[in-house]
Write a protein that binds this ligand. Structure first.
Ligand code: KIV
Ligand code: ZN
Length: 402
C-alpha cells in the first residue's frame, strides 16, 4: 500500500515478491477455551468451528477429547461437520489420551492427532521422569499415534526453556517415530523475537530429518510479544502459526490470529508469506468469539478493536477525508468493516462535521455550519462522544442562522 522505496536501503529490509504458504492452526476451541471463564457451549463450539472452516483456517484444534465427555462430543461433531479444515485433537503422551483423541477426530475427512509432553526441567519434574525415560515415552507415544493416523503433530511443551541438546534429541526422536509436524511452544511467553527466529532456524539446521517435517510456532503473550515471536519464528523457517481469535487464551493469551494474518498481508513486501484466510471474515468471527466466550475485546486491540479504525482528532479526520492512507495502513473493508469510523468528539474539526452532516443527509450553508460547529464544540467539551442525534439537535437549534 505505502511506497517506502525512498528510505535509505540499509534502514529497511529489501522488498520481496515470491510468497511461500504459511499454514494457520487455530486453537481458539482448545487453548483459547482453557482461559478461565471462557467455556463455550456445545453449539457455540460448532458455530465457531464452522466460521473458522469457512474463513480458510487450515487446521482447527477442536479440543482435548480426554478432558471431558463434552470435549469429546464437541471434537467428534466438529470432525463430522468439517469441510476444508484439518481437525485436530490434543492428547498427552499417554496411550489412553491418544486413543480417545483418535476416536473423536477419526470422523474428519482430514484428521490430526496432536500429542505433547513437557520437556523443560520444571515440566520433567512433574511426571518425575528421567531424560531417558521421557525420551522413551516420546518414542512410544508418537509411534502409537502414527499407527492410528497419518497426520501427527508433536510438541515439547515449554520448549523455549528446555536445554538445547535435550530439545534436539526429543525432536529427532519424534520425527523418527513418525511425527509430521513439530510444534515448538513458548508455553509461558518467555522468548523474544531474535531468540524465537534463531531457535527454529537452529533446530532445522541441526536435527536430522527436520527438512521432512513442518515446524510450527505456538506463542503465549505473557510479555506482549506473541505476535512478534510468531512472525520471527516464520522468518526462522516455521511454516505453521498456532493462534486464537482475539488472542484468547490462558493468562495473557495466545498469538492473535487476526494480527499475524494481517501483518503478513500488509507487510508482504518484507514478509513473503501468504495464508488462505479470507480476512473480510475477521471482524465477524472476532465478535462472535467475544460474545460466546464472554471475553470482550479491548477498544484499542489491533485489527478488531472498536477503535482500530476510528479517528477523532481534527488533523486525523481531515487527513482521512482527503486520503484514507494518511492514517490507515489497512482498508476497513479488508477486515470486514463497512467503513472507517470518524468519531465526533472535542478533537474533531469542521471538515469532519460537514462530512458527518452530509452522511446524515443534512446540507447546511457556510454560516450555519459555523454556528453548528461552535455549538458542537461546546457540547463536545461536556460529552465524551457526540452522537448523530446530538448533531441533529444542534442543527435544529441553529436553523434561524442562515
Ligand atoms: O502452550 C503450550 O505449550 C500448549 C501445548 C499443549 C502445545 O498449549
Ligand atoms: Zn498453549
Amino acid at each position: 500500500m505505502t511506497d517506502t522505496t525512498n528510505t535509505p536501503a540499509n534502514d529497511r529490509v529489501s522488498p520481496v515478491t515470491a510468497k511461500e504458504r504459511v499454514v494457520i492452526f487455530d486453537t481458539t476451541l482448545r487453548d483459547g477455551e482453557q482461559s478461565p471463564g471462557a467455556t463455550m457451549t456445545h453449539d457455540e463450539k460448532l458455530e465457531i468451528a464452522e466460521l473458522l472452516d469457512d474463513m480458510g483456517v487450515d487446521i482447527i484444534e477442536a479440543g482435548f477429547p480426554i478432558a471431558s465427555e463434552g470435549d469429546f462430543r464437541a471434537v467428534s461433531e466438529i470432525a463430522k461437520r468439517s469441510k476444508q479444515s484439518v481437525i485436530c485433537g490434543l492428547a498427552r503422551a499417554q496411550y489412553g489420551d491418544i486413543d480417545r483423541c483418535w476416536e473423536a477426530v477419526k470422523h474428519a475427512a482430514q484428521p490430526r492427532i496432536h500429542t505433547f509432553i513437557g520437556t523443560s526441567p520444571l515440566h520433567r519434574a512433574i511426571p518425575n521422569l528421567t531424560m531417558d525415560e521421557m525420551a522413551e515415552r516420546i518414542e512410544q507415544t508418537v509411534t502409537h499415534a502414527r499407527n492410528l493416523c497419518d497426520n501427527v503433530q508433536w510438541s515439547p511443551m515449554d520448549a523455549t526453556r528446555t536445554e538445547w541438546d535435550y530439545l534436539c534429541r526429543t525432536v529427532e526422536i519424534a520425527i523418527k517415530a513418525g511425527a509430521t509436524t513439530i510444534n515448538i511452544p513458548d508455553t509461558v511467553g518467555y522468548t523474544a523475537p531474535v531468540e524465537s527466529a534463531a531457535l527454529i532456524r537452529n533446530l532445522i539446521a541441526t536435527v536430522p530429518g527436520a527438512d521432512d517435517v513442518i515446524f510450527a510456532t505456538h506463542c503465549h503473550n505473557d510479555l506482549g510479544m506473541a505476535t512478534a515471536n510468531s512472525l520471527a519464528a516464520v522468518a526462522g523457517g516455521a511454516r505453521q502459526i498456532e493462534c486464537t481469535i482475539n488472542g484468547l487464551g490462558e493468562r495473557a493469551g495466545n498469538t492473535a490470529l487476526e494480527e499475524v494474518v494481517m501483518a503478513l498481508r500488509v507487510r508482504g513486501d518484507i514478509m513473503p508469506y501468504e495464508t488462505r484466510i479470507d480476512t473480510r471474515k475477521l471482524m465477524h468471527i472476532s465478535r462472535r468469539v467475544a460474545t460466546v466466550s464472554g471475553f470482550a475485546v479491548q477498544f484499542n486491540k489491533a485489527i478488531v478493536g472498536k477503535n482500530a479504525f476510528a479517528h477523532e482528532s481534527g488533523i486525523h479526520q481531515d487527513g482521512m477525508l482527503k486520503n484514507a492512507e494518511t492514517f490507515e495502513i489497512m482498508r476497513p473493508e479488508d477486515v470486514g468493516l463497512s467503513a472507517t469510523n470518524l468519531v465526533m468528539g472535542k478533537h474533531s474539526g469542521r471538515a469532519a462535521l460537514r462530512d458527518k452532516l452530509r452522511q446524515m443527509g443534512v446540507e447546511v450553508g457556510d454560516n450555519q455550519l459555523k454556528d453548528v460547529f461552535v455549538r458542537f464544540k461546546e457540547l463536545a467539551d461536556r460529552k465524551k462522544e457526540v452522537y448523530d442525534d446530538d448533531i441533529l439537535a444542534l442543527v435544529t437549534a441553529s436553523t434561524e442562522v442562515d
